[in-house]
Design a protein around this ligand. Structure first.
Ligand code: FPP
Length: 221
């Protein structure tokens, strides 16, 4: 969900207003995905690198996660959306925010219509490191370690790898997002800044994906 800061700057507003405007984009995209029958969307809400931002912005984003969940959780639940989080639940995330995240997960855990996975305090490398730590904790012998063993220890092994990754705001980087999971994902880039993103942009990305020819290292089918 990139480009909130620039969207705000263009309007002479504080960066945090860009994040606030990003909520509407998130909600419209999530409901658009639901309407289109998409099974899972994962959104990058806060990265392990975002702690380097000014303390006020970090505080805002933590509080925003909490308030957004409180305000939207019940309606998403009513639509059959399962809310999950990928990321480190470490001491840096305020206890109150963690509690809210766990409540939303608990409330919606049996929902089957769509999964809305929020990557929060998430880093792709950190996820792999955490999976390796888990392997060691589980006492897995070196010759038993394969891709399956690692995948089984990712934050959400039950979520399929994404078909499409959309990066907004005209940046052409992966920025430590879902590194393991995107091995064969199609990448779609758009100049749209996140607060301006709507379901139509999601559908345009899906159409672009449908034109692509996925070979998974094999030959054309
Ligand atoms: C990146 O834009 C965006 C973020 C770091 C936060 C995105 C979060 C939301 C849209 C809302 C949901 C958030 C939570 C916490 C539930 P940027 O600030 O890097 O924009 P820039 O690249 O233009 O500076």
């Amino acid at each position: 969900m990139d480009g909130n800061g620039r969207w705000a700057q263009q309007r002479g507003l504080p960066r945090t207003d860009g994040h606030a405007a990003g909520e509407e984009a998130l909600v419209d995209t999530a409901y658009g995905a639901l309407a289109a029958g998409i099974e899972t969307i994962t959104v990058y809400a806060f990265s392990t690198e975002n702690w380097r931002r000014p303390v006020d912005e970090v505080r805002y984003l933590m509080g925003f996660n909490e308030s957004l969940l409180k305000r939207r959780r019940d309606e998403l639940h009513a639509e059959g959306v399962r809310i999950t989080f990928s990321g480190r639940r470490d001491w840096r995330v305020p206890r109150r925010v963690l509690k809210n995240m766990e409540e939303a997960e608990e409330l919606t855990k049996r929902n089957k219509v769509m999964t809305l996975n929020m990557a929060f305090n998430y880093g792709g490398r950190a996820e792999i490191v955490d999976a390796v730590r888990q392997l060691v904790d589980d006492g897995v012998r070196a010759d038993k370690i394969d891709e399956r063993a690692i995948r089984a220890r990712l934050y959400h092994p039950e979520i399929p790898d994404p078909d499409v990754v959309i990066r907004t705001s005209g940046e052409y980087r992966i920025s430590n997002y879902l590194l393991w999971e995107i091995a064969y994902s199609e990448l779609v880039f758009t100049d749209v800044l996140w607060p301006d993103f709507r379901r139509e942009h999601l559908y345009a990305a899906v159409e672009e994906y449908q034109q692509r020819n996925r070979r998974y290292g094999g030959l054309e089918q």
